[in-house]
Design a protein around this ligand. Structure first.
Ligand code: ADP
Ligand code: MG
Length: 219
């Protein structure tokens, strides 16, 4: 298993008291497997992705990535985990404004010690962003930034990619094309993919699908 959550719980504090968002979440994702995560707005999908990405800690339960319990890591361990073991594509793309597209794409791969020029050329070609390499993020449309963010994340070949509505800013036809490309690239690099989507059509393209409801996974 590349990702394995066991009995994960998470609540947030609010003025009215704690809100239990994840009550007992258990799931597993194998190497190279793709899993769609669906559920109503507010069901905890983004919370789950943040926990799996080491951006936040659960209240209880264990989260193993690549065999390592990430809830037990100190700050240094978490920083190193985020550099090498997981890639995230969130709705805010977090491209680096001072770097052009080419450098944005290679930055994480270099940090992770996995820069691979041939793989990057393949990503750029498949994602159709070859004409954008010298531009800066502010000179790109939302859809173009989305493609660059996908390329940036896959460039480092992390064993696990977490994606929160990665094609949410694209029209239907383009979203289909971009997701097909993502699935082909993650399969070929044996990257496990956990992808949040509202769309049944997109969810059906992935190997498996789970739904969050009432803080739990409904099969
Ligand atoms: P989803 O991504 O499925 O729409 P989220 O994981 O973003 O759901 O949110 C789940 C619930 O947790 C919502 O009720 C949301 O308001 C609440 N929530 C999310 N993040 C925080 C936070 N940082 N502080 C307090 N409440 C939060
Ligand atoms: Mg969300």
């Amino acid at each position: 298993m590349i990702l394995s959550l066991s009995d994960v719980t998470k609540s947030y504090r609010s003025a009215e008291g704690p809100i239990a968002v994840l009550k007992s979440v258990t799931l597993g994702l194998a190497q190279g497997e793709s899993l769609a995560l669906t559920g109503e707005s507010g069901s905890g999908k983004s919370t789950l992705l943040h926990l799996a990405g080491g951006l936040d800690r659960p209240d209880s339960g264990s989260i193993l990535v690549n065999g390592r319990d990430i809830t037990a890591l100190d700050d240094t361990g978490r920083a190193s985990f985020r550099r090498t073991d997981v890639g995230v594509i969130f709705q805010q793309f977090n491209l680096i404004p001072s770097l052009d597209v080419a450098d944005n794409i290679s930055f994480h791969a270099r940090l992770a010690g996995r820069f691979d020029a041939a793989w990057e050329a393949e990503l750029v070609n498949e994602l159709g962003i070859g004409q954008l390499l010298k531009r800066y993020p502010e000179q790109l449309s939302g859809g173009q930034q989305q493609r660059v963010a996908i390329g940036r994340t896959l460039a480092a070949k992390p064993p696990l990619v977490l994606a929160d509505e990665p094609t949410g800013n694209l029209d239907e036809a383009t979203a289909d094309i971009v997701l097909d490309i993502m699935l082909r690239l993650t399969k070929s690099a044996k990257i496990a993919l956990l992808l949040v989507t509202h769309s049944n059509r997109l969810a059906d393209k992935l190997d498996r699908r789970i739904t969050l409801s009432g803080g739990k996974v409904v099969p």
